[in-house]
Design a protein around this ligand. Structure first.
Ligand SMILES: Nc1ncnc2c1ncn2[C@@H]1O[C@H](COP(=O)(O)OP(=O)(O)O)[C@@H](O)[C@H]1O
Ligand SMILES: [Mg+2]
Length: 399
């Protein structure tokens, strides 16, 4: 038996990856092993898969080619090697002495994992611009109902989307970008969660927290490292956007990003597409990108450059919610918790429970909705421990 190289189609990659991850494998780019003997010595073919895709760029460099031909025999024949099928021609030729077999990956893709033809994404993305007629009406009803308060923003956003729909169709406006400022816990991030729900997204929201992207090499982890370097991969941004099923990206804690990361996004907003270090592109036409930040209104101009500021289609400062909006939030949250509890433990609360609990919560004391949410939970637990559990010895709850 000799060595085998398996080619995958990029639509297959995420399914293959999760399949193999479940079996205990991790997939590493060959570049990881190029410069380190330690890593090579500790290599375990039963838990590591090697992706050779990035080699394609190495063959232009004779030194590297030579190094590679020496490197590959170190891996046992059982090692699983994979590569993107788009490099099939180069790799089958350049590696003709290293491998005995070349094969195509054959896996069943899940039904909803249809490739988005033309742009090579894993999931079809539902976007705001796709909504028409009743679907659009329902979208707005739901959006207004789920996001409490911020009426001026909601009115503006409605108009903004109408303008976007038209000018996107005319080819003049690719990405709808919002910049949301304001104190903690007033619903900045919630906008994106609500949009995701209203677009009927089933997968994870494509959320990037720039708090994790403040170091000098931040751009590498965001969009992958340059060709041929250690750790070369597609980058977190690409993976998240591909896995999402809505045309929406959330960038949290925007002000914390490194300058290179800012500049990258400047380009994304300018060109309507994102490109990673491997030269792979994702067309973001019709996307909504929400940037949030805790910086004060005053610091906004200091921290965010004029070029970047002018790229955002809409900037808004979220003020604290009014008491009546907080009240609505309390009523909704309590109702939600009580319903879940009733279903889970198959019981029914007395009719006045909801109102009684609502009246125990003084919304004016709370500015941050996270704190208010905690108060709701505390009051609920207090009620449960005092009444239900005392009265019902059969109730078992895992705390
Ligand atoms: N305007 C709002 N409408 C609905 N829920 C909200 C609102 N503001 C805050 N919340 C609730 O409070 C939590 C924290 O809000 P979030 O948007 O994450 O805060 P931040 O403004 O710091 O991003 C959310 O999970 C949500 O449940
Ligand atoms: Mg937030």
């Amino acid at each position: 038996m000799g060595k085998k190289l398996i080619f995958f189609h990029k639509e297959e990659f995420s399914t293959y990856k999760s399949m193999m991850t479940n079996k205990g494998y991790i997939i590493n780019s060959i570049t990881k092993y190029l410069n380190s003997n330690d890593i090579l010595e500790n290599f375990d073919y039963q838990s590591e898969i090697i992706d050779l895709s990035s080699l394609t760029f190495a063959f232009k460099n004779d030194n590297l080619s030579f190094q590679l031909e020496q490197l590959l025999p170190f891996f046992s024949d059982e090692t699983i090697f994979i590569a993107d099928v788009k490099y099939e021609e180069v790799l089958t030729y350049e590696l003709r002495y290293c491998f005995d077999e070349f094969e195509d990956l054959e896996i069943e893709l899940p039904k909803d994992n249809k490739p988005n033809i033309g742009v090579g994404k894993s999931f079809i993305k539902k976007k705001i611009i796709d909504l028409k007629g009743d679907e659009l009406k329902n979208f707005w009803n739901e959006f207004n109902g789920r996001l409490y308060g911020h009426q001026k923003f909601k009115d503006d956003f409605f108009k903004l989307v109408n303008v976007f729909n038209i000018f996107n169709a005319l080819g003049e406006h690719k990405i709808l970008s919002l910049f949301v400022l304001g104190d903690s816990g007033v619903g900045k991030t919630e906008i994106a969660r609500v949009l995701q729900k209203c677009l009927k997204g089933k997968n994870k929201l494509a959320k990037i927290n720039f708090g994790n992207y403040s170091s000098k090499d931040a751009l590498n982890s965001l969009i992958g490292s340059p060709r041929g370097y250690v750790g070369s991969e597609t980058g977190e941004l690409f993976e998240k956007v591909k896995e999402s099923d809505v045309g929406l990206i959330l960038i949290d804690e925007f002000e914390k990003g490194d300058t290179a990361v800012f500049n990258y996004f400047l380009e994304v907003l300018e060109n309507g597409k994102m490109t990673n270090s491997q030269g792979e592109e994702i067309d973001l036409n019709g996307y909504t990108i929400i940037f949030t930040s805790n910086i004060s209104k005053e610091n906004f101009k200091k921290v965010i450059s004029p070029e970047l500021r002018s790229r955002f289609n809409y900037k808004v400062h979220f003020s604290l919610l009014f008491n009546n909006d907080k009240d609505k939030f309390v009523r909704y949250r309590l109702g939600e918790i009580m319903n879940k509890f009733e279903t889970k433990f198959n019981l029914e609360f007395p009719n006045d429970t909801h109102d009684n609990l609502v009246s125990k919560i003084e919304v004016s004391k709370f500015k941050n909705m996270r704190d208010l949410n905690k108060e709701i939970k505390d009051k609920f637990v207090e009620y449960i421990t005092q009444t239900v559990i005392d009265n019902d010895e059969n109730l078992e709850i895992d705390y």
